[in-house]
Design a protein around this ligand. Sequence first.
Ligand SMILES: C[S@@+](CC[C@H](N)C(=O)[O-])C[C@H]1O[C@@H](n2cnc3c(N)ncnc32)[C@H](O)[C@@H]1O
Length: 310
Amino acid sequence: MLKTGIYTPDQTPSFSGRPRAFIALDLYDQFSGNPELEMLFQEQAIGRVAVANGSFKKTHLNRFDEFDEICRGIIIRHVPVQNSVSVHDMAVSDGRTSVPFFEFLSGHYGQSLSFLASDYSPGFKAVYDPADSNKRLILDHQNRLIQIVAPPFVFQVVCPESGLFYPVNRLYRHYIQKKWAQNLYQSYLRSPSLFQTKDILILCRACQNLTHDSRFSFDTYDVLSGIRGTQQIIRAMNILNISYFAPDQMAQAVSHICGALAPGGLLITGSNGDGGTDVRGGVYKKTESGMIKIHDFSGGSPAESLILQA
Ligand SMILES: C[S@@+](CC[C@H](N)C(=O)[O-])C[C@H]1O[C@@H](n2cnc3c(N)ncnc32)[C@H](O)[C@@H]1O
């Protein structure tokens, strides 16, 4: 089978059934339909993009509503209204799941709230081929190659499609990567000023609107690096997965997160699949004697043993 991609704004993806075509990431902010369809388009555009460390940008609107509902009750019971409540929602992809979380917290804590949403890789760049601007490379914030757009194809570089189902795509991807993409990539790294580029911020419109609220901020953050300050609530959804991190990295991430919690603070974490599916996770509280679990969802977080030892 052959799979072509979506590489110009006037191509409309299929909004029914499971999306097949990969979408060039520089179209993320180019959709001209209504806001609901834009959210869907953006969900499809990032859904199968893997970033350099092999994790996916995949996220969904209303991904874990039931889980959120229960967590809201736990937050109200365990984190009192006080002068200052700092919250860090990490690995948020384009931030769509942060929006209802922020809305609830700002309603409950008012002006005491300080909310940081973050992601490891929110910023990308398109680098256009001077000989044919339809052809371009998508790089991440550290100039690592993420996507190759060679119309009519769009190829993922990290975690590409299975060669079993799309053997022609696989062959052509190898060919184009060797014959064209690598040359363009190396030339860009040598002389970036010679190329036309476009910055791409993967942050949904609703989240961008929240940046006008002084209580909300968005930043780049890697869970493997240390966290500044202390937080009353840290949320890490669909990131503390054993498939994303080697055991020592997972231990490092958990140690940073738990170390950054204020006494009595909550860690809310879990993983699920598509929107509305069951979350496997938990809510953990930092006490004088260490981290304890105060609520279990389907057996607890995949990182639970590390959390309870932290
Ligand atoms: C599967 S998405 C989860 C998005 C959202 N939390 C949700 O549940 O829908 C995983 C996100 O984690 C981010 N990520 C990957 N490695 C990370 C790291 N080391 N630190 C912080 N974020 C990371 C990716 O960029 C991606 O946006």
